[in-house]
Design a protein around this ligand. Structure first.
Ligand SMILES: NC(=O)c1ccc[n+]([C@@H]2O[C@H](COP(=O)([O-])OP(=O)(O)OC[C@H]3O[C@@H](n4cnc5c(N)ncnc54)[C@H](O)[C@@H]3O)[C@@H](O)[C@H]2O)c1
Ligand SMILES: O=c1ccn([C@@H]2O[C@H](COP(=O)(O)OP(=O)(O)O[C@H]3O[C@H](CO)[C@@H](O)[C@H](O)[C@H]3O)[C@@H](O)[C@H]2O)c(=O)[nH]1
Length: 329
């Protein structure tokens, strides 16, 4: 298929682009490089540097079959202090993209949604039928985009899949090159812990040690970026097989790891001491977020295959290929 990938210069979008090319799809990446890197766009993909609000010319020229929409701001804490940035960039931007697609007859989309659409869960693991009560503007905006897709599917014959990622980690390591997480402002646990292991940061904070969990630290559901990419290839097939409709699926392992278990994995994999200190709760952090992945299995035939140590090991290999000045942040 001819696929437009928005956000394809970012972490997840670049990995999925590489896998799409490997599967024989033709890919154009559209990215404004606000948090992405031009050199992350895999060889073999065309690259257009622009915003999703300016996608009409690319869509007019491209005769695309589908859009994979990764482009977004995605820092939860930033969304709390700068909500306007998130409503503008993510929600208004996605609306403009959808309208451009409608104008140019592109009726298939796979969208990067998030576990943050659920907010504080009522049940664990979280099924897609759970109430959606996001606790920050990032999650609220992603939920608004999911709603947009539902309404366009009903009214305008869109076939869309929203994939609600839980905590994405790991890297794509191949003889041809490596793609991984390279955020100027890094907030994610695994890359931060690995930067500590590498000596790029003195220590790591465990954000909250009195949660109602076995060891007191927060539990999250970590998923390897390559398992995530596999789900995207399957989601594109779903849009090929359905002329309209909106499928929403969680993408997680179905199990959880605490912050302390992640730090133990980093110590085990790297063999480095990785000092960690107890710290206050991070505002807005739910104690436990674990996905039910039964729907993704039933609808897409998807099952994750890579565990926590593999995610940590691949992210460690990736970090060690970067210059220290690029890695700390
Ligand atoms: N990383 C995670 O754990 C996680 C979890 C849930 C959902 N997500 C979602 O997955 C997607 C990808 O996340 P990521 O971790 O790869 O982030 P990232 O910041 O590495 O990638 C996002 C990319 O989008 C681009 N972009 C942002 N706004 C744009 C705009 N208006 N026009 C064009 N390009 C724009 C950025 O330059 C960047 O290359 C995001 O939508 C994010 O919300 C990520
Ligand atoms: O230095 C750190 C960094 C993080 N944490 C904790 O580690 C856990 C995981 O944090 P992080 O890696 O920042 O991920 P989340 O906050 O769970 O958010 C990710 O996962 C969500 C879905 O679960 C997505 O919506 C978000 O986009 C994505 O950033 C949380 O309890 C954090 O408080 C620490 O203790 N110390």
């Amino acid at each position: 298929m001819r696929v437009l990938v928005t956000g394809g210069a970012g972490y997840i979008g670049s990995v999925v682009t590489a896998e799409l090319l490997g599967a024989g799809h033709q890919v154009t990446v559209l990215d404004d490089l606000s948090t992405g890197h031009a050199d992350a766009v895999p060889e073999g993909a065309e690259f257009v540097r622009t915003s999703i609000t300016e996608a009409h010319d690319v869509l007019a020229a491209g005769r695309f079959d589908a859009v994979l929409h990764f482009a977004a701001k995605s820092l939860v804490a930033e969304s709390v202090v700068k909500p306007e940035l998130y409503w503008q960039n993510n929600v208004v931007g996605s609306f403009a993209l959808l309208e451009s697609m409608r104008r140019h007859g592109v009726r298939k989309m796979v969208f990067s949604s998030t576990a943050a659409t659920y907010g504080e869960p009522e049940t664990t693991p979280i099924p897609e039928s759970s109430p959606t009560r996001p606790t920050n503007p990032y999650g609220a905006g992603k939920l608004a985009i999911d709603e947009m897709l539902t309404s366009y599917a009903v009214a305008h014959g869109l076939a869309a899949v929203s994939l609600r990622y839980f905590n994405v980690a790991g890297a794509r390591i191949t003889p041809d090159g490596m793609l991984g997480e390279r955020h100027a402002t890094e907030t994610h646990l695994i890359p931060i812990a690995l930067q500590v292991a590498a000596g790029l940061r003195p220590q790591l904070q465990v954000n909250g040690v009195h949660y109602p969990t076995p060891d007191g630290s927060c539990v999250r559901d970590y998923i390897h970026v390559l398992d995530l990419a596999d789900a995207h290839l399957r989601a594109i097939e779903w849009t090929r097989e359905h002329s309209e409709g909106h499928l929403i699926c969680n993408l997680g392992s179905g199990g959880g790891s605490s912050v302390r278990e992640v730090i133990d994995s980093v110590r085990r994999v790297t063999g480095k001491p990785t000092p960690a200190v107890d710290a206050p709760n991070r505002p807005g952090d739910p104690a436990v977020l674990i996905a039910s992945n039964a729907k993704a299995a039933a609808e897409l035939g998807w099952r994750p295959t890579r565990g926590l140590d593999e995610m940590v090991a691949d992210a460690w290999t990736f970090l060690q290929t970067r210059q220290p000045s690029e890695s700390a942040g």
